[in-house]
Design a protein around this ligand. Sequence first.
Ligand SMILES: C[S@@+](CC[C@H](N)C(=O)[O-])C[C@H]1O[C@@H](n2cnc3c(N)ncnc32)[C@H](O)[C@@H]1O
Length: 292
Amino acid sequence: MIEVSQRKKDINEVIKKYCSSSSLKAIGYDYSEYGRAYHFTNEHLIELYNQIDFTNYQTGLCVLSSGDHAFNMIYKGIEQIDTFDSSRLTEYYALGIKKTAIEVLNYREFLTLFSNSLFRNENELALEKYVLSCTSEEYKSFWIAFLEARKKLGEEKPTIFTICRDVGIIRGNNLYLQSESAYNRLKDNLKYARLTYTNADITAVSNIFGTYNVINLSNIISVLDSYVEPAVIHNMIKIIYDHNLNQNGEMIYDYKYMEDVISDDEYFLGVDYAPKIIRKLAGDEVACLQKR
Ligand SMILES: C[S@@+](CC[C@H](N)C(=O)[O-])C[C@H]1O[C@@H](n2cnc3c(N)ncnc32)[C@H](O)[C@@H]1O
C-alpha cells in the first residue's frame, strides 16, 4: 500500500518530469527514482526460465521493471514473489496497469491494448474504460492525474516508456503470451500469487529481503557495469547469493538479450558473461562467479 503522502509526491514528480513542455524532448535511458518504465521485457525470459525446473519452487525475487520477470515466474507456479526496482514508476505501470489488465482483459484484448504505445489516444480511452476502472484506488488516482496533465499538452505527448516493441517481440520473449491458454494459466495463477514491490536499489537487496528459491537480477548487472567496478559488482552478487538464495535455489545474474534477433557474442562483443544461471549446492563456493 502506497502512503498517501508518497503517492502525492509521486504524482507531482512524474507530472513535472513527463508532462511539461521540456519533457517532450527525448529523455533517454535513466535509472533514477522516476526513471522511464519498460513497456515489456527485452530479455529472452522464455529461454532463461525454461532452463530452470520450477516444480518445487514457491518463492522468487526479481527486478520489477515491466513486470514481465515476475509474471513469467508466476506463470511457472511461483506463489510468493517479491520485486524491487529503483524507479517508482514501475510499480504504477506493472502492478497498477499491466497486472490489472491481465486480470480483466482476455488474451486478444490484452495484445491489442499493449501491442503499441499504450498511451495513444484510442488506447487511452480503452485504458480508462476497462483497466483503470478496475485497478485499486492508489494506482487509479495516480493515472487519472497523469492522463489529465497530458491532455493539456496537445498532440505531441511525452512517453514514460523506454522502448515499445511490436507484438511479435513481446510474444517472443514471454511465456505467458505464447498462447491463449498460457495467458489464462497466468490469470489463474495470479489469483493465488502474493506479489510485492519495494522501492530499492540492488545494492540494498541483501539487507531488505529474505531467502528465495529463484532470484533473477536481470540485466541490472550489465547496467551497473558501465559505472561500477567489476570487483564491487562481483562482491554484491556473492552477497545476494550467500544471504538470499536458498540451498538448491537458482539465481539468474546476467542477461539474455531479446529473442534470437542478435547473438550474445555480437551484443557483448566477446565479453564473457556466461554462465547466466547458477544453482546453490551444499558447500558451493560460487567458483563460477570468479570468471567475471
Ligand atoms: C536494467 S533495466 C533493463 C530492462 C530489462 N532488461 C527488462 O527486460 O525489463 C531493468 C530495470 O532495472 C531498474 N534498475 C536499474 N538500475 C537499478 C538499480 N541499481 N537498482 C534497482 N533497480 C535498477 C530500472 O529502473 C529498470 O526498471
